[in-house]
Design a protein around this ligand. Structure first.
Ligand SMILES: [Zn+2]
Length: 520
């Protein structure tokens, strides 16, 4: 049964592939073929397009981490939109490598940047070899790191001009758009004026502005409204990343945030969302610190965390800090914060901060400060702080795409990287009936390709790229868990990228036909 990705009902058909393209769809019994894949009893869809990943540097992980690198394609993902939340491994003008590497160090496991721009980064990816396609956004945090380092202030006119120049260059080289991460330094130091100026340039290139908004806890509604306002002022399409509301006191507020999005759409604005189907988030451990404590880059932050008075001030802010800051320990509770990746202390991975602090005989905040100092901030966390009813409401919303927000790192990463797509299809579509299968597939294929300007992807038709997934609809389900986060889903049988088979009968073939995508 062929689902073409547009939301139309499926039809029984054969699919003919020539080279990297779909040549024909229909009854092709009379046509000859060098290879025939028997897909009787299976559902075929365009390869899934993951609208939100942090897989920018995954292919540079060593071969011992193949299970991490391959988890996306094993659930049928053939294109990954990366460069999200303000983090992209470019641009890196000569002499600015140290700043960019500091910005990316934790999320991308200590990267080495050997290029200056998107073209150089793409060449390095092609040389390394990609299994799936990679489609990069340019990160606002990276632009900032490249131009004004980790300064905790708005950019001046010269700096803004320099950032705009680098942004324009990346867009001309094919970047899909601009991403911002307004809870992370250095991006968080930007004022609205800076973001509007940059986003305006994105609009002129007919690309999209994506945002990890300023807050997803108490200030979630104001933050969604800020993103929408910014889109209106800059005349640019807005895409809100991994939409959720965090903290028990905010549960249920997706009614309010979706209403904001919906009314802006009805007023003619181009606004969309992505989401992952879990009630836990994952990010940098140091993202829980107030902006002033993150300022200046990793060395300054670690220096501050050695200082007794600064520690005392952060601890007080965790208890009753200003409401305009995303206070994660307060929203979640220390017992719901778990270390997911800590290469220097792998024994902490998968364990809660409370557990670890109790063992060490100190308070949870103290434990986090000590760990950040000892590991020079190389620590990631998972935070259980969302509600299932909100997850379902956002997933069912018509403007929502599926994006894993996957962070491909070793240790105990969030299972969303390996499970998101199979979970939506198995649990939310087949078992709960929240979306019919055609609609669920559309949210992970054609809608995503249209949103990000990926030509000839996401919809099956003669002439489209042959990115395909064949799965068993009755069986498909995610199996990745917080304990075993990289276990491949059940039911994904075959995956093709650019006409070449990368998964055959559930096993990797070793082919690396992936390409770096350019926005059309
Ligand atoms: Zn984010």
């Amino acid at each position: 049964m062929v689902y073409d990705g547009t939301g139309r009902s499926p039809m029984r058909a054969d699919i003919g592939i020539v080279g990297d393209r779909v040549a024909a769809i229909g009854l092709l019994e009379a046509a000859g073929a060098v290879d025939v894949v028997d897909a009787v009893g299976l559902s075929i869809a365009p390869g899934f397009i993951d609208s939100h990943t942090h897989s920018d540097m995954a292919c540079f992980l060593g071969a011992e981490h193949d299970d991490v690198i391959q988890a996306a394609v094993r659930q049928g993902v053939t294109t990954e939109v990366c460069g999200n939340c303000g983090f992209s491994p470019f641009p890196c003008p000569p002499g600015r490598g140290a700043e960019l590497e500091h910005h990316l160090a934790t999320l991308f496991a200590t990267p080495t940047i050997g290029w200056t721009d998107l073209a150089g980064y793409s060449a390095a990816l092609h040389q390394r070899g990609l299994t799936a396609n990679l489609a990069p956004l340019v990160g606002h945090g990276s632009l900032r790191a490249a131009v004004l380092g980790f300064a905790d202030r708005p950019a001046d006119q010269d700096e803004l001009r320099a950032m705009t120049r680098l942004l324009d260059e990346a867009l001309e080289q094919g970047a899909l758009g601009l991403s911002s991460g307004l809870v992370y330094m250095p991006g968080a130091a930007a004022g609205t004026e800076e973001l509007v100026a940059l986003a305006r340039s994105v609009g002129q290139h007919h690309r999209v502005y994506t945002s990890h908004i300023r807050g997803e806890t108490d200030m979630v509604a104001e933050s969604v409204a800020e993103a929408i306002r910014l889109g209106r002022h800059a005349a640019v399409p807005v895409h809100i990343s991994h939409h959720k509301v965090c903290g028990r006191q905010n549960w249920g507020r997706t009614e309010e945030t979706l209403e904001l999005v919906n009314s802006s759409r009805h007023a003619g604005m181009d606004v969309s969302l992505d989401m992952y189907p879990y009630t836990a988030a994952s990010t940098l451990l140091y993202a829980m610190l107030p902006n002033w404590a993150q300022a200046g880059g990793i060395d300054s932050m670690v220096g501050r965390l050695r200082d007794r008075q600064a520690r005392e001030r952060i601890r007080r802010e965790f208890e009753d800090g200003p409401p305009e800051w995303q206070n994660i320990p307060r929203a979640a509770g220390w017992d719901r914060i778990v270390i997911s990746n800590c290469p220097g202390r792998t024994e902490t991975e998968g364990r809660s901060v409370v557990e670890l602090a109790t063992e060490a005989g100190i308070g949870p905040a103290e434990y986090v400060f000590d760990l950040l100092v000892e590991q020079r901030a190389q620590v990631m966390m998972i935070v259980h702080m969302m509600d299932e009813a909100d997850v379902r409401r956002v997933l069912a919303y018509e403007g929502t795409l599926i994006g894993s927000d996957g962070i491909p790192l070793p240790g105990k990463p969030h299972p969303r990287w390996a499970g998101t797509f199979a979970r939506v299809l198995g649990q939310y579509s087949r078992e709960l009936g929240l979306l019919d299968l055609s609609t669920a597939i559309r949210k992970m294929t054609s809608m995503t390709a249209e949103r990000f300007g990926l030509a000839d992807r996401g919809a099956l038709a003669p002439g489209a790229y042959a990115d395909l997934v064949a799965f068993d609809h009755a069986a498909i389900i995610d199996t990745a868990t917080f304990e075993s986060p990289l276990t491949p889903p059940i039911g994904i049988r075959h995956v093709f990228v650019n006409g070449r088979q990368v998964v055959k009968n559930g096993e990797m073939t070793g082919a690396r036909p992936g390409r770096v995508m350019r926005a059309a």
